[in-house]
Design a protein around this ligand. Structure first.
Ligand code: FES
Ligand code: FES
Length: 155
């Protein structure tokens, strides 16, 4: 298969890469750019661990071809905090609410929370639960995650 050149921005940094036409965004982020905060779990679109934001919208990077995001602006968990390391309010809220246990689902959950807050900063608990319904967490029982996102909506 003929390789393709793609250009996209990840966390504010422009990248020009040569990829296989069937190469997944998840693998490009983790293996070519070293951004391992984006997690590989089911690989089938069923858990949300690989969630990233593409032009501000949540995408499952395990189901997204790298060539499909040519020209896009991508944000991964590594790009949620400020460049000086100041955490985003949603990250602070996850810490304050003890919404992290093993942490495997956390990057996807934080990005889903961030996407919701950008779109609907006064989201209700129902809307929060709807937003994260595709993101699986085996540890927390979801209560603390919902509480964390809700605390940002109440501010
Ligand atoms: S790894 Fe992508 S949805 Fe599970
Ligand atoms: S904190 Fe372990 S899967 Fe969510």
């Amino acid at each position: 298969m003929n390789k393709r050149k793609v250009t996209f921005t990840v966390n504010g940094e422009r990248h020009e890469l040569v990829v296989e036409p069937n190469e997944l965004l998840l693998n490009v982020l983790r293996e070519k750019l070293g951004l391992t905060g984006t997690k590989y779990a089911c690989g089938k679109g069923q858990c949300g661990a690989c969630t990233v934001l593409v032009n501000g919208e949540s995408f499952l990077s395990c189901l997204t071809l790298a060539v499909a995001v040519d020209g896009a602006e991508i944000r991964t968990i590594e790009g949620v905090a400020e460049p000086d390391g100041t955490l985003d309010p949603i990250q602070e809220a996850f810490l304050d609410s003890s919404a992290i246990q093993c942490g495997f689902c956390t990057p996807g959950m934080v990005l889903m929370g961030r996407e919701l807050l950008n779109r609907n900063p006064r989201a209700t608990e129902e809307e929060i639960r709807e937003q994260i319904k595709g993101n699986l967490c085996r540890c927390t029982g979801y209560f603390s995650i919902v509480r964390a996102i809700k605390s940002c909506c109440e501010k």
